[in-house]
Design a protein around this ligand. Structure first.
Ligand code: UDX
Length: 474
């Protein structure tokens, strides 16, 4: 008898960094024998992606389809980076109700040729714990997918222990360079400043700050799921994975997923990619360009923009800079930013785009280093290509990711909390010119590529995950 037909509903948080990686997961799952996948967007994102559904029929596996639920916000809401809390609240309300109704309807399969069997499991973004709870209430087993690093998960899991040890809350005005005890496996190198940014917030007296408490609750909620899936690899985070394993029902480390399933089944970019920058890169010498991108959510002040710009110009290398239209606060228009960059660096030495095809850029021979906010996807994308990174972390997991880059893997430099033009210039020069950093980055890239290749740890874990999902379908 063949394996029962598995039908997995994949539900990402409707944010760029989450959609990208979960679509890679969905694509890889739908390529496995007998697995059907429904990928759940919000109505708004599905429209914005410009008929991802059409792309499905055109080029992607027939066992992958796209459905959507409303996010509860009006059509004309900007949904910009600073609106994320509003988006999350709204999703919890209208989105949750629509998700419940949709999941209920998927309990019955759609018949006919190309029909989908009844849904047999849910893989929900770990930040959408309601999606896990609702699924289990309806009798559908649910797994949690965390888009961030294993190390950041372990840090959140360790919060009660950090309070017990008196490591939290940080003493007001205390030295952020003090080492931290209580996050297992990281005691040799973790400092206060390397813990996720939310750990720096103080509650009343000795209470946990509500924002940190919310993240701890989300961690606890998601870790109750049937399993936790992580977009990471043994060669990057084996010790953290070993400490997480006994604290969850099961864990699958299947990343970096973009290297496992290189071509996602449909469009994932919420912004239009400016392909012109690839031609610009073609005209540059090997390893001569600094690629600068701070991800999809970071918002910087005009002062920070000026510091970056001065540092980049002083570093003396040509640069390609992603400046999203919603990225710099205050009244600065995109054209003003472009003009400021051109005036400071000269047209031939700098190129500004609103959004780049990042993975292609990082793969380009002209790129010598990556100045990044150390979001986990960007960190993984640089790791796979062996590109040295300079990290300017902003929030949540970025502080711990950048510590790994600078203090554990040695694949780049971590400028956290010392972000002025002189530091930018010095670190960019060092990352561009240090043979040692490049060699270390390339050596790590080889290990990571082995993890995702046939027989590697991530590929093996992925097969185990497919078996697990098939088992849930019987
Ligand atoms: C945030 C967190 O920082 C991250 O750690 C968490 O796991 C998810 O939420 P974000 O700020 O979007 O994510 O950064 P990152 O995780 O690096 O994801 C950005 C994605 O957008 C990457 O896949 C990157 O390739 C892509 N990107 C970015 C582009 O395709 N083009 C660009 O111009 C910039």
């Amino acid at each position: 008898m063949g394996a029962a037909a598995a039908h997995v509903l994949v539900f990402p948080m409707p944010l760029q960094g989450h959609i990208n990686v979960m679509l890679h997961l969905a694509t890889a799952l739908a390529a496995a024998a007998g697995v059907h996948v429904t990928f759940l967007h919000t109505d708004h994102n599905l429209r914005r992606l410009g008929n991802a559904a059409a792309a499905t029929t055109a080029g992607s596996p027939r066992r992958l389809r796209f459905l959507s639920v409303p996010d509860g916000l009006p059509d004309d809401h900007p949904r910009s980076a600073s609106d994320v809390p509003v988006m999350v609240d709204s999703l919890l309300g209208a989105g949750q109700a629509a998700y419940r109704a949709l999941l209920g309807s998927l309990l019955v399969g759609s018949g006919g040729a190309g029909g989908f069997p009844p849904v047999t499991s849910v893989v929900a973004d770990a930040l959408l714990t309601f999606a896990i709870d609702v699924a289990e209430e309806l009798g559908v087993p649910a797994l949690a997918f965390r888009t961030a690093s294993a190390s950041s998960l372990l840090a959140y899991m360790s919060v009660p222990r950090l309070f017990e040890l008196g490591e939290l809350p940080f003493p007001p005005g205390g030295d952020l360079d003090e080492p931290v005890r209580g996050v297992p496996g990281m005691e040799g190198f973790l400092r206060r400043r390397d813990l996720p940014s939310t750990f720096r917030r103080h509650g009343n007296d000795h209470d946990v700050h509500p924002k940190l408490q919310m993240l701890v609750d989300l961690t606890t909620g998601s870790c109750k799921a049937r399993a936790v899936i992580l977009n990471t690899a043994a060669s990057l985070e084996a010790p953290a994975l070993a400490h997480i394993a006994p604290r969850v029902r099961d864990v699958f480390a299947v990343g970096p997923l973009h290297a496992m399933s290189p071509a996602p089944a449909a469009a994932t970019s919420l912004w239009r990619e400016d392909d012109g920058c690839m031609a610009w890169l073609d005209g540059q010498a090997d390893r001569s360009v600094v690629y600068v991108s701070l991800g999809s959510l970071t918002v910087i002040s005009p002062e920070q923009f000026t510091e970056f710009l001065s540092g980049l110009v002083a570093a003396g290398h040509p640069f390609l800079w992603v400046l999203r239209p919603d990225m710099v606060t205050a009244r600065l228009q995109h054209a003003d930013l472009q003009e400021a960059v051109a005036a400071a660096a000269g047209h031939s030495k700098a190129r500004v785009v609103r959004w780049a095809p990042q993975r292609d850029v990082l793969r380009h021979r002209a790129v010598g280093c990556f100045l990044t906010h150390a979001g986990w996807n960007s960190t993984l994308e640089a790791a796979v290509e062996g590109v040295p990174t300079v990290c300017w972390p902003f929030f949540v997991d970025q502080q711990i990711n950048s510590r790994f880059v600078g203090g554990v893997w040695g694949t780049g430099l971590d400028m956290k909390d010392a972000c002025d033009a002189a530091v930018v210039a010095r670190m960019v020069r060092e990352a561009m010119e240090s043979g040692e950093i490049r060699a270390t980055a390339q050596a790590l890239a080889e290990k990571v590529r082995r993890d995702v290749a046939d027989g590697g740890s991530s590929a093996t874990e992925f097969k185990r995950l497919v078996g697990f999902l098939q088992e849930l379908a019987t």
